[in-house]
Design a protein around this ligand. Structure first.
Ligand code: SAH
Ligand code: SF4
Ligand code: F3S
Length: 470
């Protein structure tokens, strides 16, 4: 029998049509990077075919899944507290299944089952296809674990169930894993080896989203510049009989899906990003003028210790080159303060680099040692926590100055904005993003979600541009 279900999501009613007689309810919560949120949509799709509809109401759920992040210690604390909060629900409903997915599941494996009996199910990022079988085991009274990593899995054939989506912007995973081994980073251990997804399935997914009315796609990978299809690591074509595709070619294929489908991508890596990518961005108006290019530190000594594969000079050359090709390209970054052996002079170099580049946005963190990483095994975490935090505050303050300066220069300009939804502060205002990924707030007038509108910028805060439709 077929049935149609009406769901209420974040106050915005969205219709979810399920052609199956799904009788069970899945509550799915995600932490961490965009890849994790994208993976959750794959999980929802796998479980949709196996009897589960998603719900936003914890109390009515039969299955709670938490898709977790291990990037910093704090991320894991948050998840642990969240899991503890489900204990009461489990007491009220002994049949309730609680499972942990994602990077923390992969990192901690079986040990999570023993710990305080918080979960019944542990599933790593490459094992989601196995979820229905694992759930059967749990229903049969066992605890269940699959944390096998794969060299091939890209979930290429799975059509994600778009969660929390207003049907405007959709993630497309183009690759999984990471082979870079930055010495501070846990991702290679939680996500496994790097592998790319077939360009045909990526373009097909972009077309499908466009046909469903989506206005923007975001191509995701830990290091999108090392996307390769039928190309080996020496940049040679593997099989002459099949077309090969690198990242700039893939980006162009996606941009050609439709002129009014915006294309964004993340994350770029300074050691791998080529000018080809920037030229493709320039050629296609619908590819946004925005590059997230994490630098991590401004000191070549620290960058080497981090095993990032580039120096300060190399990074600055990449920035110069981007700005020569696209002068108004917005650039954002990630910065870590207090990595092993970071001296005052090294830190000063990070501030100097920030002053040279004047990033449009930054994501800033203090170093958190992660188990198994090269830094944990080989280096001393020897910058005191107070110093790490003080340096972080200085980085945050400097970024704020740069953001304000950048935002000030936007006043009086007219920007094309994709309307995403109501602003946080007022029901009379919409919020959207411009080409450079800036948040723009403006009175609704007669525009609607998913429209492109031209906004004249009149005011700003450090995080938002404010204006009116013209
Ligand atoms: N693949 C991306 C980054 C993914 S992780 C890249 O290579 O740039 C996102 C950010 O978290 C990183 O850029 C880094 O700034 C930060 N990060 C990663 N490991 C960290 C750690 N151990 N402590 C603090 N911040 C960390
Ligand atoms: Fe981590 Fe480095 Fe890979 Fe980014 S490139 S995910 S920081 S190992
Ligand atoms: Fe976190 Fe895993 Fe992403 S560690 S940042 S969720 S790849």
């Amino acid at each position: 029998m077929e049935k149609i279900i009406l769901e209420e999501k974040q106050g915005n009613p969205t219709f979810k049509v399920s052609l199956k007689n799904n009788s069970k309810k899945l509550y799915l919560e995600s932490y961490g990077c965009q890849m994790n949120f994208s993976d959750s949509e794959i999980v929802a799709s796998i479980l949709d075919k196996n009897g589960y509809n998603t719900t936003r109401d914890l109390k009515e759920s039969d299955l709670i899944l938490i898709n977790t992040c291990s990037i910093r210690e704090k991320a894991e604390f948050t998840v642990r507290n969240r899991l503890k909060s489900f204990k009461k629900l489990k007491k009220q409903n002994p049949k309730l299944i609680v499972g942990i997915l994602g990077c923390m599941a992969e990192r901690m494996k079986e040990s999570l089952l023993e710990e305080e009996k918080l979960v019944d199910l542990v599933v790593g990022p490459d094992a989601y296809r196995d979820l229905p079988t694992l759930l059967e085991e749990v229903e049969g009274g066992q605890k269940s674990v699959n944390v096998l990593l794969s060299r091939e899995e890209t979930y290429a054939d799975i059509s994600p169930v778009r969660l929390d989506s207003k049907g405007i912007s959709g993630f497309i995973s183009i690759m999984r894993g990471c082979d870079n081994m930055c010495s501070f980073c846990v991702v290679p251990f939680t996500r496994g080896r790097e592998r790319s997804r077939s360009p045909l399935t990526i373009v097909a997914e972009a077309k499908d989203l466009y046909q469903k009315g989506y206005k923007e796609v975001i191509l995701l990978g830990q290091n999108v510049d090392s996307y390769r299809w039928n190309i080996n690591k020496k940049e040679e074509v593997i099989d002459q009989n099949i077309p090969s595709t690198n990242f700039s070619e893939l980006l162009e294929k996606v941009a050609l899906v439709a002129k009014d489908l915006r294309v964004r991508f993340s994350t770029s890596h300074p050691k791998d990003m080529t000018d080809d990518v920037v030229h493709v961005m320039k050629k296609h108006r619908n590819i946004c003028n925005y590059i997230h290019l994490p630098v991590q530190s401004g000191s070549s000594k620290i960058l080497q210790k981090m095993n990032r594969g580039y120096s300060k000079e190399w990074y600055l050359k990449r920035i110069k080159s981007i700005r020569e090709i696209i002068p108004n390209c917005a650039i954002s970054t990630d910065i870590i303060t207090g990595f092993c052996d970071e001296s005052d002079e090294d830190f000063q170099e990070t501030l100097d680099l920030m002053k040279k580049v004047e990033f449009n946005f930054s994501y800033m963190f203090f170093y958190s040692e992660r188990p198994k990483t090269l830094a944990e095994r080989k280096f001393k975490d020897n910058v005191p926590l107070e110093i790490k935090k003080l340096r972080l505050q200085r980085v945050i303050d400097l970024q704020k100055e740069h953001s304000l300066k950048n935002n000030e220069s936007s006043v009086g300009k007219i920007m094309e904005v994709l309307v995403e939804g109501p602003s946080k502060k007022s029901a009379l205002e919409y919020c959207g993003r411009n080409d450079e990924n800036y948040k723009v707030v403006f009175p609704k007038e007669d525009s609607k979600e998913g429209d492109y509108v031209n906004v004249l910028i009149e005011r700003f805060t450090s995080a938002t541009l404010i204006g009116k439709i013209i």
